[in-house]
Design a protein around this ligand. Structure first.
Ligand code: KG4
Ligand code: ZN
Length: 378
């Protein structure tokens, strides 16, 4: 009997990151390779779908070779292929789906289709490649390093808690394209309880950064400037802050920032905000976003009797949000989980990790698989 092939090989190409990863049945990430296109799109101030698809096409096969080589894996070590099927930019998804279909057919491997947003929420269940890449758990006002028990004895660095969120838990997805709050009943099984009525949280960061002339993607830049600013200078109201109102909204906040920028420009004789003004605007905007995200998520967790909240997606990398979660975990008693930074933005490790919990398509179905641009989380 040959040894059981240990890996699921996953491909992710839903937006502007081409990614390939190999993950074993215990959720251990062997390789998490990401080729980001952020620089390519920066000059346009946003992701240009056609440019993104073309770059995926160029990047995917070399990245695949690189990932296999880095894991010292051959095709005999691959039990199945997994691919992001939905949601995302259709031309981008198509590159990943067609590549995965061709490889599955050519190598005689099963194929598993994965929902990108459900995979984001699975990130804290993965064991990253290096012991140093631990997840962050905010519990009782204190910060803890956490890994799933699959990390094993002696692997985890000292002081690391070997634990995962309990099911059901509340899950908040905050990315460039989506902001959704759900109850996660099992891996990949979600019940949506709120979404955004207009912009996604990451989209709001990107648009506000554009208004401020701060660059793209906006999240990391605003996060950095906000750390040096005073959030009390512009007390923007956290959007949709009414009791019992779970939905999010960020476009009003974005307009409030735009109005403030205009007022500062007028007062400065036409000069745009700079230095301290810029930092204070970023800090004030970020505080309103964070207050809204945390308040609503913790209300939902409480209402559904969930002891855990997972925050995932690109915006989960936000340092201000992670810091604010510490205080919120103390006052609410809810444990708040953030994936390691390497697993917050788009990656294929989360796709492979969730794929271990999903059914394989039968070979005929696999050949017919098509990407889907928008698909509900449920
Ligand atoms: O999950 P992701 O990589 O891609 C999507 O599926 O959309 O999220 C990308 C988004 C971008 O809008 C980016 O500005 C935001 O995540 N982002 C951040 C931070 N890092 C990335 N937002 C706030 N703070 C950050 N540190
Ligand atoms: Zn994403």
């Amino acid at each position: 009997m040959p040894p059981t092939p240990p890996y699921i090989l996953a491909i992710e190409s839903s937006c502007d990151e081409t990614a390939v990863a190999l993950v074993d049945a215990a959720g251990r990430v062997a390789v998490n390779a990401v080729a980001s296109q952020a620089e390519l799109h920066a000059r346009y101030g946003g992701v240009v779908p056609e440019v993104a698809s073309r770059r995926h096409l160029e990047a995917i096969l070399p990245l695949l070779d690189e990932a296999m080589a880095a894991a010292e894996a051959g095709w005999d070590d691959v039990r199945a292929l997994a691919v992001t099927r939905a949601p995302g930019l259709i031309g981008c998804l198509l590159i990943g789906v067609e590549t995965a279909k061709a490889l599955a057919w050519a190598r005689g491997k099963p194929l598993i289709a994965v929902h990108h947003l459900r995979a984001h929420l699975h990130a804290p269940f993965l064991v990253p490649e290096k012991p140093a890449l631990r997840h962050l758990l905010a519990e009782g006002g204190a910060e803890r390093a956490a890994l799933p028990p699959a990390a094993g004895e002696g692997w985890a660095a000292e002081g690391t808690l070997l634990a995962v969120p309990d099911f059901p838990h509340a899950g908040l997805i905050v990315s460039g394209g989506h902001t959704s709050l759900a109850i996660v009943e099992a891996p990949g099984r979600c019940r949506t309880i709120a979404t955004t009525r207009d912009d996604a949280a990451g989209e709001a960061y990107d648009k506000v950064a554009r208004i401020l002339g701060a660059g793209f993607p906006g999240g990391p830049v605003i996060d950095r400037l906000a750390a040096q600013g005073d959030p009390s200078i512009h007390p923007f109201t956290a959007p949709m802050r009414r009791r019992g109102e779970h939905d999010f909204s960020f476009s009003g906040l974005k307009s409030a920032v735009a109005r403030k920028v205009e007022a500062i420009r007028e007062a400065n004789g036409g000069a745009p905000p700079g230095g301290k003004e810029m930092n204070d605007l970023c800090a004030s905007f970020q505080k309103a976003v964070i207050d809204s995200l945390l308040e609503k998520s913790l209300d939902a967790a409480r209402e559904h009797g969930a002891a855990d909240l997972v925050v995932a997606g690109g915006v989960a990398a936000n340092r201000g949000l992670r810091r604010a979660a510490l205080a919120a975990s103390a006052s609410s008693g809810v444990r708040i989980w953030f994936p390691n930074m390497s697993l917050c933005g788009d990656n294929a490790a989360m796709i492979a990790g969730l794929a271990w919990h999903l059914p394989e398509l039968d070979p005929a179905e696999a050949l017919e698989l098509n990407p889907v641009a928008s698909a509900p989380l449920d």
